[in-house]
Design a protein around this ligand. Structure first.
Ligand code: SF4
Length: 708
């Protein structure tokens, strides 16, 4: 539908925090004061905002931490000083050229973010792949979504979320696996709560080692041990098969691989599965019965499945439940991965990861490389996959990588084994940090700092978790000399002597991006700024000539993007423990978010209202585990793993499974002290397919900390 015209001083935007993608109206008064409200016309949130979204204006109004001018230093022992944009970019270009000449194009890398706008992602991806000639670009989406992406490709033939949020109001049952949307995707959860209130027959199943806020409306909570998700999903699959709840016609006509899957899941009894998962057998039966009896059901998941050394298999094992029951491609059905970041989907549209090319083209397909190469008209595209997020920092450590350009992300808090990441930046020959804020820990190690424009200070597009592209209007100017990220990258590319970066405005970048999608599964050749401004948001695919709001649902004809057009049911072992428990480290640490903070707190940490909820990191530990260690509530405890140490207060709670401890991942350094940083502890294991780190399973020991 068309949207109402807004009064002067009001602008349409999209929340820049989570992948729900809520529509926001930003109001700017004559004095330049900014306020926000939920966009009642927006199909995602219908006017609602969560605590983080509601307080977004503070992050823009408070410029006390903003970077105003470019800075640079010639020597790592000297402080940085203010320079002009030309000086900063000339020097950066000179260093990059010298590195590339001396060590080759793979000696430099860009590490970007799922919070970048699509246009920003597009130009940085074009720069490194199409002109520098390396695939060394990755983003923090590698820590977030890459297991889901790989699983979608393997099972459905394409990285494509089949359904949309409106399925919530049409479904009979939702299985929320390894996620706490009540805190991490709050407006989506408000819709689920409202759907349940309206239709008490709607069943909610939650699997999580913690009793979270999302369990408050769950009909069944499967409080499993971390790392046992595949066992659980296979057990549910077995019960669905044994009780005749599979869709034989769908299996026959539209899938491959069922017989092998059936044979595998039949090998483990439900009692054995229950013992491994640490949950009662009846609860597994109860969940399976709810799914089996549901005329329609959705599966939803996030980091509990994705952030694992077997993350892809965890994803596949859940998607298999939709496939064996034929619950996909219909209203109220489908696997639905909930994106963590606001524009992780847009980043993948442009191919902004080290193993991807634009419009979901595949790096190891020579025809795909040639298409992109011809379109860009730069250098030959390399067929060598680039370094992924964790690999970049390992390569800096061992000297293979010389220079890194970090934009819009704070890896020294978010990467696993953060002390290793910090050591890597110390060893790097050259570090560029492109940022809005002076808060990120990365700035300590930056040779060049490039100040970027924030959320309301630029225009562009983002794509949310349901394939919905939205346009963000510019509201106010950036402080000082800060520039939009896309402009910084284009200016740098021109300094490098590359053509094809002289875009006059973001709309031109977007137009080039959409042209590259022609004929692909994510064709958005019908999308441009004009139609986005009129309609506000559209769901891809949206080929030229499309009218209306786009494609709310994929696979309605049950034809998938695989070569056979059938969905693939994958089979694999359920041996899914990430790190074997070591007697010296007998507890399992799982990390995650809290309600009112976002990522590494560079934005939410500025808002005093948001600090009130949970002002400091607390280690959640079960009272029985605490008692064994003579730990009382609020004691300072030392948590240690093979990688490092954290010292925080303990919170004794029966909401965490015995044998498991939880630490929020938001805090980094407090003054000069890094002992609140959860990622000091986490291990560097990654999934062998998705290369996503295993942030949900590190074996640790916890003891009371006595000073002196
Ligand atoms: Fe922003 Fe997500 Fe909250 Fe919506 S649910 S307001 S997108 S943080």
């Amino acid at each position: 539908h068309q949207h109402n015209k807004l009064p002067a001083g009001s602008y349409r935007s999209t929340c820049c925090y989570c992948g729900v993608g809520c529509g926001i109206i930003v109001n700017r008064d004559r004095q330049g004061k900014i306020s926000v409200e939920g966009d009642k016309d927006h199909p995602v949130n219908k006017g609602m905002l969560c605590s983080k979204g509601m307080n977004l204006h503070y992050t823009v109004m408070d410029t006390s931490d903003r970077l105003y001018y470019p800075e640079m230093r010639y020597n790592k022992h000297l402080p940085r000083h203010r320079v002009s944009w030309d000086q900063a970019l000339d020097r950066t270009a000179a260093v990059f050229k010298q590195m590339i000449a001396q060590y080759g194009p793979d000696s430099v890398a860009f590490y970007a973010s799922g919070q970048c706008l699509t246009e920003e992602y597009y130009v940085v991806n074009k720069l490194i792949k199409g002109f520098i000639g390396s695939n060394n670009i990755d983003t923090n989406s590698r820590l977030c979504m890459s297991s889901a992406v790989a699983a979608y490709k393997m099972s459905l033939g394409e990285d494509s979320v089949p359904g949309n949020y409106d399925d919530i109001e049409q479904t009979d049952c939702i299985f929320v696996a390894g996620a706490n949307p009540a805190w991490c995707h709050p407006i989506l959860w408000r819709r689920i709560e409202a759907a349940k209130a309206k239709n008490p027959a709607l069943k909610i199943i939650v699997s999580d080692p913690r009793v979270t806020q999302s369990c408050a409306i769950a009909d069944v909570h499967l409080q499993l041990m971390p790392g046992t998700d595949i066992v659980l999903h296979h057990a549910i699959g077995r019960i669905l098969i044994e009780t005749g709840r599979t869709d034989q016609h769908f299996l026959q006509e539209h899938t491959e691989g069922f017989a092998k899957y059936r044979d595998t899941v039949m090998q483990r009894s439900i009692s054995s599965a229950a013992a491994i998962c640490g949950i009662e057998e009846e609860k597994i039966y109860s969940a399976a019965t709810m799914l089996g009896n549901a005329g329609t059901f959705m599966t939803m998941w996030t980091m509990g499945l994705n952030q694992s050394s077997v993350g892809v298999n965890k994803n596949l094992s859940l998607i298999n439940l939709n496939l064996i029951t034929g619950k996909i491609g219909k209203p109220g059905c489908g696997p639905f991965s909930l994106t963590g970041q606001p524009n992780a989907m847009g980043g993948r549209e442009v191919g902004g990861l080290s193993n991807m090319l634009p419009a979901h083209r595949v790096l190891d397909n020579p025809a795909h490389r040639k298409e992109v190469e011809n379109f860009w008209g730069g250098t030959a595209l390399s067929d060598k996959p680039g370094l992924t997020a964790t690999e970049m920092f390992e390569a800096l450590n061992d000297g293979r990588l010389k220079a890194i350009w970090i934009m819009c992300t704070n890896p020294l808090v978010s990467l696993p084994d953060a002390r290793m990441a910090e050591a890597a930046l110390q060893k790097a020959k050259f570090v560029v940090v492109q940022e809005i804020s002076s808060r990120p820990e990365t700035l300590r190690y930056a040779d060049v700092v490039l100040p970027a424009a924030a959320w309301t200070e630029k225009e562009g597009t983002m794509t949310n978790a349901e394939r919905r592209i939205t346009y963000l209007q510019k509201v106010n100017d950036a402080p000082g000399e800060a520039l939009p990220d896309a402009e910084i990258i284009c200016r740098f590319a021109r300094k490098m002597g590359f053509h094809g970066f002289d875009f006059e405005q973001p709309a031109d970048i977007y137009a080039e991006h959409t042209q590259l999608t022609a004929g692909t599964n994510i064709d958005i050749t019908g999308v441009n700024y004009k139609i986005l401004k009129e309609r506000r948001s559209l769901q891809w695919p949206y080929p030229v000539g499309t009218t209306g709001p786009g494609t709310p649902r994929l696979f309605t004809d049950h034809k998938f993007y695989t070569s056979s057009t059938k969905a693939i049911i994958h089979t694999f072992s359920d041996d899914n423990r990430s790190v074997r428990p070591d007697p010296a480290f007998s507890l399992i640490l799982t990390t995650g978010r809290i309600r009112d903070q976002w990522h590494t707190m560079t934005k939410t940490g500025k808002v005093s209202k948001l600090k009130q909820h949970i002002p400091a990191p607390l280690l959640e530990i079960h009272p029985e585990d605490a008692e064994q260690r003579q730990i009382r509530d609020s004691d300072i405890v030392e948590v240690s793993s093979a990688n490092g140490v954290v010292r925080v207060k303990a919170r004794l709670t029966t909401s965490i499974k015995k044998g498991v401890v939880f630490l929020p991942m938001h805090w980094g350094r407090i003054l000069d002290n890094d002992l609140s940083r959860a990622n000091n502890l986490t291990n560097r294991l990654v999934d062998k397919i998705s290369k996503q780190p295993d942030l949900k399973y590190t074996t640790v020991q916890v003891q009371s900390y006595k000073k002196g």
